[in-house]
Design a protein around this ligand. Structure first.
Ligand SMILES: NC(=O)C1=CN([C@@H]2O[C@H](COP(=O)(O)OP(=O)(O)OC[C@H]3O[C@@H](n4cnc5c(N)ncnc54)[C@H](O)[C@@H]3O)[C@@H](O)[C@H]2O)C=CC1
Ligand SMILES: O=C(O)C(=O)CO
Length: 385
């Protein structure tokens, strides 16, 4: 068994032992836990294996904050043996977690919705713009000393204004992204989701009326009956669904073939939503088709050939990487674990987590977001005041 190295400990005499598998930003989460009699152990090595985490859990551990690791039977049974009842992902997506295994062991699974919605949407918008206007290619050209002077054909890209933005998965992040592209660039919307996004539709209607009243072309929206309708109609398509068996390889050879030859595809959801090998082939034969990718099918690796494609912009899973957001994610994850240890109720609305970030008042005595609260059957929901 591998032995974790470079462990950092806060409040060594604390009663509850909380492990964080990665060093997290900010200090508020540390204070919130240590003020409540928690001893915190984090491993400073960047990525731990499952064996490393089992060793770090040891024989006494009340809760764990984790991230992209494979949280299944092995880790949850180790946590249970160590007396633990709480786990929180420092992420909103929890496709890395086997929630049934956690529930079987009586372990609560937390996640961090809301705090990263705008930050993630902003990165998707950045990738859309960078791809549309070929920013990365142009930057590399400039740095290589290839610029001889202004040329009418140099790095000609796509104008967004008046084009159609397609969103697949119009939940929190997908809706925030749609609003940015509509309000910022006056794009029309087509979206596909299993559920109707009434708030988003109302926003586009009202914004369209505002534009019309000001003598401008109004923006429009359409809820597509199928994902294929979005792929066919949209000029820029951004993927924001959860990753599950219904969205695995949602974008594959067949769906890529439906898209416009000059379309832009952005993925800041999860890598396996796209069949990345099929995407590489599509990029090779369609040089005007461009992608912006924050996530990869075999993260941290890229499929062979992707890195060679000039029409692909690739960034290392940084969509939620703003200081405020990452510190907020750490706070929410810590409070999920603390709340379970202390027996606090569930917060009433995981989409409205702002009260947990007010530095000047103690956070509400609640677990901000537990995804298996109902299954555990031990939680009551805190009423909002
Ligand atoms: N790249 C990054 O750093 C980040 C990635 N994410 C990813 O984004 C995902 C979405 O996050 P939120 O917007 O907060 O979640 P959300 O739950 O608000 O939205 C997800 C939407 O996907 C829809 N959906 C589910 N299955 C679908 C299907 N088969 N076809 C179309 N739509 C479907 C749902 O109905 C829901 O509206 C997370 O699960 C996570 O995997 C989230 C934050 C940062
Ligand atoms: O929150 C998530 O789901 C992430 O991917 C990390 O930002």
């Amino acid at each position: 068994m591998a032995t974790p190295i470079s462990i950092q400990v806060w409040n060594p005499s604390g009663k509850y032992r909380v492990v964080s598998t990665k060093s997290m930003p900010g200090t508020r989460w540390i204070k919130l836990l240590t003020d409540q009699d928690c001893r915190i152990c984090t491993e400073k090595k960047t990525i731990l294996s499952v064996e490393d985490i089992v060793a770090l859990i040891g024989d006494k551990c009340d809760g764990v904050i984790g991230l992209t690791e494979d949280w299944g039977e092995v880790l949850f049974s180790a946590l249970r043996r160590a007396g633990g009842t709480a786990f929180s992902n420092m992420a909103v997506g929890y496709n890395n977690v086997d929630v049934s295994a956690a529930t079987k062991h009586g372990i609560a699974v937390g996640n961090t919705p809301g705090v990263l919605t705008e930050t993630t949407a902003e990165l998707a918008a950045s990738l859309s713009l960078a791809a549309a206007r070929r920013i990365v290619e142009a930057d590399q050209f400039m740095r290589a000393g290839l610029y001889d002077g202004w040329l009418p054909h140099l790095f000609v890209g796509n104008l967004l204004k008046g084009q159609t933005v397609g969103v697949i998965g119009a939940g929190r992040i997908g809706s925030a992204y749609a609003r940015m592209m509509i309000e910022g660039f006056k794009m029309n919307l087509i979206y596909y989701d299993l559920y109707q996004s009434t708030r988003l539709e109302k926003f586009v209607t009202a914004y369209g009326q505002f534009l019309k009243a000001n003598g401008e072309q109004p923006v429009t929206w359409k809820r597509a009956a199928t994902m294929e309708d979005v792929l066919r109609d949209a000029d820029v398509i951004s993927l924001h669904p959860v990753l599950d068996k219904t969205t695995y390889h949602l974008i594959n050879k067949e769906s890529l073939a439906i898209m416009k030859k000059e379309a832009i595809l952005v993925n800041a959801s999860r890598g396996p939503v796209i069949d990345e090998a099929a995407l590489v082939e599509h990029l090779k034969v369609n040089p005007m088709f461009r992608v912006g990718l924050d996530v990869f099918e075999d993260e941290p690796y890229m499929k062979p050939g992707l890195a060679d494609q000039k029409n692909a912009i690739v960034v290392p899973h940084i969509a939620s990487a703003s200081k405020w957001t990452r510190e907020g994610m750490a706070t929410l994850a810590a409070l999920n674990v603390l709340g379970r240890i202390k027996g606090y109720p569930l917060w009433s609305d995981p989409n409205r987590v702002d009260p947990f970030f007010d530095e000047n008042t103690p956070p509400p005595p609640a677990c901000p977001s537990i995804v298996n609260g109902k299954q555990l059957g031990t939680y009551i929901c805190m009423q909002r005041t």
